[in-house]
Each structure stands twice: as C-alpha cells, then as structure tokens.
Design a protein around this ligand. Sequence first.
Ligand code: UD1
Length: 427
Amino acid sequence: MKIITVVGARPNFMKAAPIVAAIREHNKQAGQTYDGLDGQIADPTIDHVLVHTGQHYDALMSDSFFADLNLPAPDIQLEVGSGSHVLQTAHIMEKFEGVLLRERPDLVVVVGDVNSTIACALVTAKISFDVAGTRPLLAHVEAGLRSFDRAMPEEINRVITDHVSDLLFVTEESGIRNLRDEGISPDAIHFVGNTMIDSLLTFKDKADASTILSRLGLRAQGSGNGNGNPTARYALLTLHRPSNVDNRDTFQEILHGLEGLAADCPVVFPVHPRTQKRIKDFGLELATSIRVDATECGTGAKGIILTDPLGYLDFVCLMKHAAVVLTDSGGIQEETTCLGIPCVTVRENTERPVTVESGTNMIAGTTKKGIADVIRRQMGRKYSNRMPRKWDGEAAERIVNISVRAYCERASTRPLNFRSPLIPSCR
Ligand code: UD1
C-alpha cells in the first residue's frame, strides 16, 4: 500500500509528524495477516512518501520543525513558495498532479486547512490513472471544523477539502455535527482525536530542555533551564491572520488592547513573516517593544518582546509556562486547552468550539476594549479544564488503522472509481 502525506505550511508539520511515526510503527507489525477469502494481505506494509509543497520555506517556518518533530526530510519538495492565494494554489496543483501520476499512491493524506491542503485535495479528487478513472483515496485530517466565516481563506479550504474527501478524520464532536449538517455520509466520518495533540503529548516533556526562557531573560538570574526553576510571569502572543494584521487600523486597535498587559509583564511576541512585513509597511511603533534575536539574551523587562518565529520545542516551552497566551491561531487554542493555560483568542469566532466549552479558551474579538476585558478575566480565572474526548495521543494510530482497512476493503471490492466510503465508522 502506498500513502502520500502532504505538508506545506508551519501548522501542518505537527499534525503530520504523528502519522509518519504511526506508519513506521505499523510497518514493524505489518504483512502478517491474510484475508481468508482471496489470500490478500489484510495488513499490508505501507510505502510512505512525504511531499512538502514549499508553501512555507524559511528555515524558521519549516526546517526547524522537521528537526524538532523527528520528521524525516521530505521525499519530494515542490518548492512553490509564496504568491497570491490563487497562484499559490494553482502552482501546487500543477506540480502535485505530476507527483501523483508518477507515484500512483493508493491514499493521499492532507492535513489542516492551508492552501497546500485544498490544492492537493482537489488534484487527488480529479486525477485519473486510467480510462476507468481510478484514483487514490483521499483522507482529510482535521475535517469538519467550521468558523462559519467564509471571509477566512481557511474556511473555504476546509469546506471544499471535506467535500471531496473519502475519509474524514475529525478532531472534536462539533466536526461530526457540521459534516452531517452538510450532508456528508456518516460512514465517511471518523472521530479519531487530534494529531496536533499527539505531537504535544509526545514532545511536551522534551520541551523543558529548551533554553528559550533563559534566552529571553524569563528565568531567575543564573538559573538553568530544567524543570522546577523559577519562571517570571509573562504572556505569550502570536498574530498572523490577514484579517488582523493586513489592515493597519485593526492591527493598531489590537495592539492598543494589549497595552495594559504589556505594562504589567513581558509579552513575548514571536513574529510571523507576514506580520513582520506589516509592522514595517505600516511603520507601527510597538510601544516599549524590544527586539530579541532567538539566540541572544533578553532582559525579561516589561513590554512587548519581539522575536523571530520560534521552533516547536521553544514555543511549547513558552506556552507551558505562560500566565496567559493571546493568539489568532487555531492550533494554539487547542494546545493551550491541552496544557491548561488560559488563552485569549483575538478573533470574532473559532472553528474549535471545544476549546471554549471544555477548555481554557475565551473569544475576545478584535476591539481594544474586548481584548483588555478578556485578558483581565482570563488572568483572574481558576481552571479545571477537561481534556476533550479522544485527545489522548492515539489519533494517528487510529487514522492509520482506518486507512489500511479502507484500502483493503477497496482492494477486495475493486470499484475502479472509488467514490463512496466502504468502511464502517469507528465512532
Ligand atoms: C498560512 C495559512 C494559515 C496558517 C499560517 C501559519 C493559508 C491560506 N494560510 O498563512 O492558515 O495559519 O500559514 O503560518 O494557507 N513568508 C515568508 N517565509 C515563509 C512563508 C511565508 O517570508 O516561509 C511570507 C511571504 O511573504 C508570504 C507571507 O509570509 O507572502 C504569507 O505566507 P502564506 O503561506 O501565504 O500565508 P500565511 O500567512 O503564512
């Protein structure tokens, strides 16, 4: 059985890494079981190909994650780089078609909701290997999430990817409801848990070895960086959504909402390349901001501490010890829920409601007053967060098992242009 897994942008790497590891584990046991009826192997070895579209290409946005997450180097690199959404998506589609025709996989796995996700999903759904229209199965990991905000590029990517996928792997129960409401067959929907949380649970202890707290001056002077060392009280901030940073007034309003917090404690702000450009283009002065290179030593002074984008282990270490995390990212809402750290989401909505219902997340909106109010409430709140169902570190294993079953079912019934899911759901 041949599987292609696609990664392209930063949040894809931690979602795909556990799947690659689960395939490696599967192969240690595979090839043993035979189906009695036609002698076909029911537990085949998986030939795995990792494709990187190159949507993110800077070392700090891509390479460092491969090292931190023990991801093997990509087998195929498409090197598409940046561009308008249309051009980026089109370039990926064009190059990925060549990959599929050459590799002829049985299954393509796409993760998340970035442009690489929708581009490779569309190619997989439309490709034809022969006159009968044979094509690979398509699996979407993180299916069913909906912000119900079609102005978000990711919402378009999610909806379309879900509607052309054969196997929909869902992270939280809202995803099941959304997909059913959109008419997707329950047989295609598999509630498996969250592979991003698989990564977090695998690496969160290792993240304690990061030296980032010392490098930013957030440890007591002279202390090392292991567990148990005193940590300063600080907040962690990420902002990169076009709707937040591409408009000067909105970006400025958000920064005003953070002023009270920055006067109270250091606010560590690893700055995404898109956001770096906007700060420069708009000539924004981040009051009391200090620029710290990720390798140099900060003073831990109050104010906004700007850094380059950080690696996975450094960022997890900063999340674990933060008093509060402020973000417009989707994944960070989930990671803080898992870690039990208060999260202020600087957006009008979330496609991950479980992080609010049973987690540590509050939606602040993007006004100065809304952000300042929610920060105040989060700083004073006591948590007894519950871990969302199936966020147990075993999502990737479930995904591999279900995928292998789908492949075997398909091989034994052989409908050449596979369209409808053949396997029972594992809810
Ligand atoms: C993309 C995803 C978003 C995800 C985010 C995580 C889409 C539609 N958006 O947004 O869902 O949350 O990644 O980071 O897929 N750039 C660099 N170096 C890089 C990559 C990008 O400098 O390695 C710059 C380029 O100028 C580029 C800009 O950042 O134009 C934005 O990159 P892009 O991939 O278009 O979107 P993101 O904002 O990163």
